[in-house]
Write a protein that binds this ligand. Structure first.
Ligand code: ATP
Ligand code: MN
Length: 462
């Protein structure tokens, strides 16, 4: 008999049918006459209740069916009398695939803290919370691809190993096949990287943008969606050492069109999740954050505020609020500043533009004031910066001037400059941190809880 996934079992036409279900036991309870098992197979937050009649099975038979064990049950699907469920399976036969001893299975009890679950990240997908988070994460990834594919963007695969170290987005993880205990050395006594695998120093990428620009100036509009690595030693609830980034890059697109795209795209993804992951979002809302659904709907229905950095600074200065980091024109905004603008002042997402050139990357287009660049950061409630983007400097001369001013090591970057030397065009793009979007949609508050296997300083066990 074909197995029915639990997500499909609540279909009314299955009532009265023999079914075969497989999954992991969440709980077993009952009395001398009847035992109830809540079975979950990961396809949905919902469990199916299995009813074992003790006239058919002995208590001895059922003894090994403990929380965490894996089970195959065949039986009759019937309407349920119990509250909170529409149907249940009256077991006729079962097979126990694997036991999970009560003494050693770490998820024996409910109600573990998220901190504890991080220590058993290899098992936490079996909890309701992480099941919900991971299903939402998967749906969001699908929404992202769908959005771009439906809007004429091509998926460009940019390299994870790179020889350029000039993006400046963060410290990099070196990639080498040299013997780090005893590397070859040149005459000056320095490590001889010409003997390394690629004949030069390489590292894991901090962004696919520069290669994305090569794609956009050929295909017109591309997006990347892949892992990104930053060796930043910042132990915050919003930073990972390995995270996933989505980077659209669009030719013939200015900063206003770039903002329109970012806003439309974010709303699409959030709506998609609200629509397709209702049960999981409702579960998380009920468990962790009663305002979650209202906040998601509000963002979808609101028009994002568009504000210049200069105006933002004025608002922050006038706020009378005591910030941990001082605020003045020229300061890089901290998450506390971003969240003040979004959560207290405007009460909706804000897109901030026109940042001082000193605090932004070399490739951003310089405004006529010669002081600010056409950067755009999208700031979200509870998150702060969710997207960072800009219109790019398309003029070769202006770009070179910025590179020199900023002392950027461009010797290996001739290929990037070729975009400006041959058929340069106005173009724009942005980077969305996938886990920041997952944080927002799930209502989780620590980025370690929205990726299956978080990589943070000192943490790469599983
Ligand atoms: P932040 O100021 O929050 O550290 P950033 O300005 O360094 O971010 P960008 O280089 O603009 O980040 O990267 C684009 C997007 O990638 C950010 O808007 C954010 O959503 C995400 N992001 C950046 N760094 C991380 C990280 N370490 N972990 C998870 N997401 C990140
Ligand atoms: Mn940024």
């Amino acid at each position: 008999m074909k197995r029915t996934k639990i997500v499909d079992i609540f279909a009314p036409e299955l009532i009265g049918q023999e079914v075969s279900v497989k999954g992991w036991v969440r709980t077993r309870r009952g009395n001398k006459h009847v035992q109830f098992v809540a079975l979950n197979d990961g396809s949905t937050i919902k469990n199916i209740q299995i009813v074992f009649d003790l006239e058919k099975f002995s208590e001895e038979d059922l003894k090994a069916i403990t929380t965490g064990s894996s089970l195959h049950v065949k039986g009759l699907l019937v309407e349920s009398m119990g509250k909170g469920q529409t149907c249940e399976v009256q077991a006729n036969e079962f097979e126990l695939y694997g036991t999970a001893p009560v003494e050693s299975y770490p998820l024996q009890k409910k109600g573990h803290t998220l901190e504890f679950l991080r220590e058993i990240a290899h098992l936490r997908p079996r909890t309701n919370t992480f099941g919900a988070v991971l299903r939402i994460r998967s749906a969001l990834a699908y929404a992202i691809h769908t959005y771009f594919q439906n809007n004429g963007f091509f998926y460009l695969h940019t390299p994870l190993i790179t020889a350029s170290d000039c993006e400046g987005a963060g410290a990099m993880f070196q990639v080498t096949t040299l013997d780090v205990e005893n590397p070859p050395r040149n005459e000056e006594g320095k490590v001889d990287y010409t003997q390394d695998f690629f004949g030069k120093t390489t590292a894991l990428t901090v962004s696919g943008q520069l290669e994305g620009e090569l794609g956009a100036t050929a295909l017109g509009a591309i997006y990347t969606f892949g892992p990104t690595f930053r060796a930043e030693n910042s132990n915050t609830p919003r930073h990972l050492a390995e995270f996933w980034m989505i980077e659209p890059e669009i030719a013939f697109c200015d900063i206003v069109e770039n903002m329109d795209l970012a806003e439309d795209f974010l709303k699409y993804c959030i709506k998609y999740a609200l629509d397709k992951c209702r049960d999981d979002i409702e579960f998380l809302a009920q468990m962790y954050d009663n305002d979650l659904i209202a906040r998601l709907e509000e963002v979808c229905n609101s028009e994002f505020v568009r504000l210049s950095y200069t105006e933002g600074i004025e608002i922050l200065e006038k706020s009378g609020k005591k910030f941990e980091f001082p605020i003045y024109w020229g300061a890089d905004l901290q998450s506390e500043h971003e969240r003040y603008l979004v959560e207290e002042h405007f009460r909706r997402p804000v897109i901030l533009t026109g940042y001082p050139k000193e605090i932004k990357a070399f490739y951003m287009k310089l405004n006529d004031d010669n002081k600010t660049v056409r950067a755009m950061d999208v700031l979200f409630p509870k998150i702060g910066e969710i997207i960072g983007g800009s219109e790019r400097e398309e003029s070769y001369d202006k770009l070179m001037k910025r590179i020199e001013e900023m002392n950027i090591p461009m010797k290996d970057m001739w290929w990037y400059l070729d975009t400006r030397r041959f058929g340069t065009v106005p173009h724009s793009g942005f980077g969305l941190g996938f886990e920041r979007l997952c944080l927002f949609v799930t209502g989780m508050t620590n980025i370690r809880d929205v990726i299956p296997f978080p990589r943070t300083p000192g943490n790469a066990e599983f």
